[in-house]
Ligand binder design. Structure first.
Ligand code: UDP
Length: 238
């Protein structure tokens, strides 16, 4: 069977990378993700990855503690680069070719983000990991993922989470909570479902980029998602 998608944008939150520890980087989690990504590149799927940084630092937390918001956000962007390098390392250990591109220049560490070059890497089968968000404070890496998905013309954005999709209530607190297999962008926005930030959802809606929300750490799930198997929650126009 052929994969349903040829080019995907995968959003990895920092929270996922921290694993059970809740902070920092769990090497086993990073390896699990690297293996899953390798599996889909072997199917010929082109993979762009946007990494978050919440496992290390969140700008909002710093600003609540009295820091200048923009400075705190730049710290968050730097945190995403740490995660990007960890993922790059794990992928390269498996023999997967990668490039890290950052939205804040740091040429000793990574390439600067250049859209056309990113697309060229993808065409050559390299996994492109986007670090430092969009390079501006007051944004999130969810929004970065939506933006990069549009820029690299990804067919879909994968949002990997710890839950297995979008629910009508918090499944950890309410055993009656139901998972949606499919939901519209407008429903996500109007019901205030906290799965992605609203800027990211709006951007995907405007650019007609479907979003698949699914449990990331279940081995094989990225492949299942790429093959179009019915996992998680698909967010589309209708
Ligand atoms: N950030 C930012 N601009 C961006 C992307 C990220 O300022 O374009 C900062 C922001 O402070 C954020 C932090 O980087 O809190 C980490 O990103 P995010 O919270 O999106 O990570 P995740 O929740 O996915 O781990």
């Amino acid at each position: 069977m052929e994969p349903r998608y040829r080019r995907i944008l995968l959003k990895l939150s920092g929270e996922v990378l921290a694993g059970q520890k809740g902070y920092g980087i769990d090497p086993q989690v990073v390896e699990n993700l690297a293996r899953q990504i390798q599996e889909v590149t072997q199917l010929g799927v082109q993979v762009g990855v946007v990494v978050g940084g919440g496992n290390i630092w969140r700008g909002q937390v710093g600003s609540q503690q009295g820091m200048d918001r923009a400075t705190a956000d730049y710290m968050g962007m730097l945190a995403t680069v740490i995660n990007a390098l960890a993922l790059q390392d794990a992928l390269e250990k498996l023999g997967v070719e990668t490039r890290v591109q950052t939205a804040v220049e740091m040429r000793q560490v990574a390439e600067p983000f250049i859209r056309r070059r990113a697309i060229r890497h993808l065409e050559k089968g390299r996994v492109v990991i986007f670090g430092a968000g969009i390079g501006s404070p007051y944004f999130t890496t969810d929004t970065t993922a939506a933006l990069r998905a549009a820029e690299i013309e990804a067919e879909i954005m994968f949002k990997g989470t710890s839950a297995d999709g979008v629910y009508d209530d918090d499944p950890r607190q309410n055993p009656e909570a139901r998972r949606f297999s499919h939901i519209t962008y407008l429903d996500v926005l109007q019901q205030g479902l906290k799965v992605l930030d609203s800027t990211a959802v709006s951007l995907c809606m405007e650019n007609k980029i479907p979003i698949l929300v699914f449990q990331l750490l279940e081995p094989g799930n990225i492949r299942r998602a790429v093959m179009g198997e019915p996992i998680g929650t698909l967010i589309t126009v209708d």
